[in-house]
Design a protein around this ligand. Structure first.
Ligand code: SAM
Ligand code: SF4
Ligand code: SF4
Length: 335
């Protein structure tokens, strides 16, 4: 019931990408010149069906006792009838928490249905409150108010909410404080994410990273913060509290302060490949054996075998200057 990898890390958290498509073209994730009209996205028959996703989630649960599932993408709400999947997943025994990472744009349409289907929480991505800057970042002329309406819809539906902001030096680091102030006032936790070298298309350079230390200093100068204990072992964000309050923020520092030693996340891509690291060059096909009729015991054995052999620690190795050249795209496995 409890599998551990080569570095004694258990499998605790399953992230499921339900589509590789997105209605945004954030330049750090799906640059528009590469993900253009001719880009070949996955065809429908290559995608796992909702029944296949649910079966795999069930098998992961049985293999390793996972309690949490996160849906992601591309943009997960681009997948038709997503609430139906949430409903199927919410019926799996022992799954206590279903979350979704989204750009928020389609939440006004779906938040209530998602909540009714059993979704607990959303993480909504937003990198600035400045309209012109946001339009440039998202590559699709989407205004900030579209995302804020999504935040409002999630709130009205009773979903838990956190915000994600990817910080890029010289692009939106001036927005750290306005974002911190705004979401503090809203009573919503915001997590600042260091810009990462995921995929091969975003032209990442170490110089573009606005490091965790600088994020902390920027906020601390105006609103003093202090570190607090993680909620659980393997939590990705390090937590800070505004002094004298119970309001908090998080920082996700995959680049300057890697957390591979506690990484317990498995990532299932929309076409059924299991990735054991965000920076993997290739995934392990689970769709093939499943469609070829493997029974539950055989599938569990495959999943277990993959996890037991896992020894990924890319972010720790990256800091030792061994950058990998061929990596899966973020829009493929969803962060
Ligand atoms: N479309 C959804 C969204 O944007 O929230 C879900 C998928 S997106 C790939 C998941 C998260 O990864 C988002 O919060 C996004 O900002 C973040 N992300 C994408 N590319 C990144 C990069 N190069 N560095 C750091 N975070 C990145
Ligand atoms: Fe789409 Fe999310 Fe990637 Fe932006 S970060 S392009 S919203 S998948
Ligand atoms: Fe986990 Fe890979 Fe990220 Fe390290 S680099 S924390 S192993 S996903």
């Amino acid at each position: 019931m409890n599998v551990s990898d080569q570095l004694q890390r258990p499998l605790r958290d399953l992230r499921i990408s339900v589509t590789d498509r997105c209605n945004f073209r954030c330049h750090y994730c799906m640059p528009a010149d590469i993900f253009g009209p001719d880009y070949e996205f996955l065809k429908k028959n290559m995608l796992l069906s909702f029944e296949e996703i649910t079966r795999l989630a069930q098998l992961f649960q049985k293999t390793s006792g996972i309690k949490k599932i996160r849906l992601t993408g591309g943009e997960p709400l681009m997948r038709r009838d997503l609430p139906d999947l949430v409903q199927l997943l919410s019926k799996i025994d022992h799954i206590e928490d279903i979350a979704m990472t989204t750009n928020g744009s389609l939440l006004p349409k779906y938040a209530e249905q998602l909540k009714a289907a059993g979704l607990h929480r959303v993480t909504i991505s937003l990198d600035t409150l400045e309209d012109e800057r946001f339009k440039k970042i998202n590559g699709r002329d989407v205004s900030v108010s579209t995302v804020l309406k999504g935040v409002q819809a999630a709130r009205e539906a009773g979903l838990g909410i956190k915000m994600n902001m990817v910080v890029q030096k010289g692009v939106n680091d001036q927005d750290i404080l306005p974002m911190a102030r705004y979401f503090r006032k809203q009573g919503i936790i915001i997590r600042f994410i260091e810009y990462m070298d995921v995929g091969n298309t975003n032209g990442w350079k170490m110089d573009d990273v606005f490091p965790k230390k600088a994020i902390i200093e920027r906020i601390h100068e105006e609103m003093p913060i202090e570190p607090i204990e993680p909620n659980y072992k393997g939590e990705v964000a390090t937590r800070y509290r505004y002094k004298g309050s119970d309001e908090e923020i998080g920082i996700i520092s995959s680049v300057t302060d890697a957390f591979c030693s506690t990484c317990n996340r498995a990532r299932l891509s929309a076409e059924g490949k299991l990735f054991t690291c965000l920076f993997s060059s290739k995934g392990h096909d689970l769709r093939g054996p499943m469609r070829n009729g493997a029974d539950d015991d055989e599938m569990k054995e495959i999943i277990e075998g993959i996890w037991i052999n896992r020894n990924d620690r890319y972010s720790q190795e990256r800091t030792a200057n061994t950058k990998r050249t061929s990596k899966v795209e973020m829009s493929h496995i969803g962060g």
